[in-house]
Write a protein that binds this ligand. Sequence first.
Ligand code: PSV
Ligand code: MN
Length: 388
Amino acid sequence: MTTLSPEILSALQQQAIEVPSWAYGNSGTRFKVFTTPGTPRDPFEKVADAAEVNRLTGLAPAVALHIPWDLVDDFGALKQHADDLGVRLGTINSNTFQDDDYKFGALTHEDAAIRRKAIDHHLQCIDVMDATGSRDLKIWLADGSNYPGQADMRGRQDRLHVSLQEIYARLSGEQRMVLEYKFFEPAFYHTDVPDWGTSYAQVAALGDRAMVCLDTGHHAPGTNIEFIVMQLTRLGKLGSFDFNSRFYADDDLIVGAADPFQLFRILFEVVRNGALNNPDVAFMLDQCHNVENKILGQIRSVLNVQEMTARALLVDRDALSAAQRSGDVLGANGIFMDAFYTDVRPALADWRESRGLPADPMAAYAASDYQSRIEADRVGGTQASWGA
Ligand code: PSV
Ligand code: MN
């Protein structure tokens, strides 16, 4: 069995992956949203499910919220609820993609009144951050256009800058803004923040506490995402990850499910560039579980990240550097692949057990009565859903 060194275990011990509240609600495609027994009806129940993921894995100490989906009357009470369950409230996600007013954009809109509304929404999100103690405001914009000639792309970029400036100016203390990019959808011709370069240009113009959010599902097929990780860490602007995996578009499937090797390559650059357990870089999931059990889907996800992190930490970096320096192409590739092909699962299971965690968190959840309890308890009310 592969053994993991004390240094590797100590790095893994510090690993923290934030889970999204929306992963616990119902979700689906434009064809169908399936309901499931036991689905949370409110943010308190979502936080409880997230805490269960953390209790079984020790990997998920924070829950990201989405506003207005997760608005509650008393964020102090939600924070206390999270504290009681051993987790904290994390990144606050804004939402400017579900209001009729934003049909032609939000922070980029031609109409100052609509931009005002979108900016005010972000200021409200910062009020929530003040109440929850959250550090990060995450902005993903659906802004864009469908047809060539439809929109003044330059004007929209300039308006985006002015809108972001106002939001940025409202941040205080340790608070940060992370700006996410996505190459298409819902707009199909142009998107106002389509790539890391645009996000970088916008956040660089704001200041040190504005960073880029890299969602692994938001790139064209074949994109070398690990190169982007390297470049953004090199520039000191990688603020956060939204982990998920995709076969075709923004599939939001379980991270590491579609392409474990890609996840390994990304995590190698994370390790190589000092981004692992670096407080400047938040590791989040951004996923939906349309047909699988949601809590198990989240447990599988954080375990996948942990497993690939362990493999990335196994790369013999000194030997790799020597091979790279001497032009030993296949030697370097072999060192890299040896780590990727190492099965770390038995060692991680033993290590979990040594820390009082279940060796197999998936099996432990299945054997527990948590699922049957939430199915029995959560009857009536309206199940949380993408858009509610
Ligand atoms: C929409 O594409 C999206 O999946 C973005 O990735 C955001 O991070 C997420 O929704 C939550 O708003
Ligand atoms: Mn995302």
